[in-house]
Ligand binder design. Structure first.
Ligand code: ATP
Ligand code: MG
Length: 562
């Protein structure tokens, strides 16, 4: 990916993190270097919220000629799976970013153990034998101070020995923990002797059964940041209250590097949920097919849905970064997708709900090929040839039997222009026994096609069409919002899964597309003229094309929300 592709066409929206880093660089802090990291836990797929953090971390480093590491925060083997490491790397690359170094918290298990021993040796940590529920009880509450554990004054030599025995597997899970010795009366509960290590006999994806003690997030994260020489550790607001602990740990070990943690608010979108746990629930209950279901707000989902990575980057850049929580309308993201695809998507014609028309004055076995631009404003996209035959399909919704005056598409006796071709007139309407319109008999005016004297003749409506003989059958999947309320988590009385949009997927199996799309491969995208932006799904094959609707041409939810 070139640098130019990352540059938005407007000046970057400035924000406090950008300003802060700029000031640090100007002041020569960290020798003017900027090193960031993106630290996912490999316990699920990434979602659009993670994309905010990815874009921020990578773009800040790029902007100041720094570097970004991808670090798997893999300290909880019970919830983590090998597959997720791969998918996360794929997703970060798809977004257009390449990490300087690939790291894992598990790379540092030995060093982390050593730093924990340092804390114990300097009487800043102790091994506690209190059972978990008592640790909780002793911790106190927001309004009540905590109490010291009876083990708090254990001599450090004893704790060192016990810690080693924990490591050697001499205790059962939960029998001992290592705790920092800070302040049980602190107003910040995170500082009330937080647990640094626990015993957990679980097979780790990378270190196998080498360890039966695992560091807690708060201990592993700051030390990993410092080991990598991270300068700015950007994280979401829920870690603000953990910052004193982050700083305390680094101040009390001999690591010689102290990254700066800076918090920003999580990205939220309406009409969806951004949480791995809840997304997993949707899959497990069968509400969606999998993590890459095109309705999912996962990176894998929006990728399969056809969202271009440039639109996602542009979206988060335009939203900016702050410390206030907000929910961004999905329509803002969809508009970024439309803007990008309007520039990049070649045009094609497809009829989603076909109605057959017969051009009664067109020679039965004839095919006429008309040239059509692939993009109306971009001659460099070139053109394609579209076949016209006696039998064509038009969209059912482009014909009306009892049409109101303002209906400018096809009606009995009315005229309409076929896009890229000529004007036709509807002479006869064929209905089946139930009165359903099944076919239209029309005549065409050969004089009105491009290059002929009547080409300039104006009629009010232009509709798209596909040749019945040459058109290719296709399945078209129309996706809509996953939930039918803006904030599915707001109503505490109901499960968020009760607010799913029952019409989030509509499958049209009788669609017909122009033959130029016959070679289309999964991931290829185009605009179906007058309909929306579509992408070829991975289920597609030359025998049966499958298209996903990325986004409609217009925002159909604007009237609902407004
Ligand atoms: P989830 O709650 O969805 O499981 P998480 O925060 O537990 O998310 P991690 O894998 O721990 O997921 O997150 C990796 C990084 O992405 C963290 O730095 C986290 O702060 C950031 N992140 C997660 N969700 C968002 C979000 N909605 N907006 C911005 N950053 C996010
Ligand atoms: Mg997490």
């Amino acid at each position: 990916m070139t640098d130019a592709a990352h540059k938005p066409d407007h000046a970057p929206v400035t924000h406090f993190i950008r300003n802060r880093i700029r000031d640090d660089v100007a002041a020569g802090k960290n020798d003017g270097q900027v090193i960031t990291r993106f630290p996912p836990e490999p316990n699920g797929y990434l979602h659009i919220g993670h994309a905010k953090s990815i874009c921020l971390n990578f773009s800040m480093a790029q902007e100041f000629n720094g570097q970004t590491n991808l670090r798997f925060d893999d300290t909880n083997p019970l919830k983590e799976e090998a597959l997720f490491y791969e998918r996360i790397m794929d997703d970060v690359r798809w977004l257009g970013f390449e990490w300087a170094e690939l790291r894992h918290a598990s790379d540092y298990f030995e060093q982390l153990y050593g730093f924990a021993r340092e804390l114990i040796a300097s009487d800043k940590a102790y091994v506690d034998s209190l059972p978990a529920e008592q640790i909780r009880e002793y911790r106190g509450t927001l309004t009540e101070p905590g109490r010291n554990s009876p083990d708090r004054d254990r001599p450090s030599a004893e704790s060192l020995e016990l810690f080693e025995r924990m490591k050697n597997g001499e205790f059962a899970d939960g029998e001992r923990v290592l705790r920092a010795k800070i302040d049980m009366r602190s107003g910040n509960i995170n500082m009330r002797d937080p647990v640094l290590y626990r015993i957990r006999r679980a097979h780790h994806q990378r270190t196998g059964d080498e360890w039966c003690i695992y560091p807690m997030y708060d201990f592993a994260h700051c030390v990993s940041d410092a080991i990598e020489g991270i300068t700015h550790s950007l994280c979401t607001l829920e870690f603000e209250d953990h910052r004193p602990l982050y700083d305390w740990i680094l101040d009390n070990i001999s690591i010689g590097c102290h990254p700066q943690q800076i918090e920003f608010s999580r990205g939220n979108l309406d009409f969806t949920v951004l949480s791995k746990r809840r997304l997993r629930q949707l899959i497990e209950a069968g509400h969606v097919a999998d993590w890459d279901d095109p309705r999912m707000p996962t990176i894998a989902g929006i990728r399969r849905r056809g969202y271009p990575p440039a639109a996602v980057r542009e979206f988060w850049e335009s939203v900016g970064v702050s410390k206030s929580e907000s929910i961004i309308p999905m329509s803002v993201l969809e508009n970024a997708v439309r803007n990008e695809l309007n520039e990049t998507a070649p045009r094609a014609m497809a009829v989603l709900n076909p109605l057959k028309i017969i051009l009664t004055n067109f020679p039965p076995d004839d095919t006429q090929w008309v040239g059509a631009a692939r993009h109306p404003q971009k001659p460099e996209f070139g053109s394609r040839k579209v076949p016209i035959t006696r039998e064509l399909y038009i969209e059912q919704s482009d014909f009306m039997l009892d049409a109101p005056k303002k209906f400018f598409r096809l009606k009995p006796g009315g005229e309409v222009r076929l896009r890229n071709a000529f004007i036709i007139q509807c002479n006869e309407v064929i209905e089946d026994a139930t009165g359903r319109v099944i076919e239209l008999h029309c005549s065409y005016d050969p004089d009105t096609i491009s290059g002929q004297p009547g080409a300039g003749r104006k009629v009010k409506g232009t509709i798209h069409w596909v040749s019945a003989e040459h058109g290719l059958p296709a399945e078209v999947r129309l996706y809509d919002r996953l939930f039918n309320v803006a904030n599915p988590l707001a109503d505490k009385q109901r499960e968020f899964t009760d607010m799913l949009n029952a019409e989030s997927l509509e499958v049209l199996s009788d669609a017909v597309v122009e033959p130029s799309l016959g070679e289309a491969e999964p991931g290829d995208f185009c605009q179906f003229e007058r309909t929306g932006y579509f992408v070829v799904d991975q289920d597609s094959s030359p025998e049966k094309l499958v298209f996903n609707r990325t986004v409609a041409l217009r925002d159909t939810w604007a009237k609902v929300a407004g």
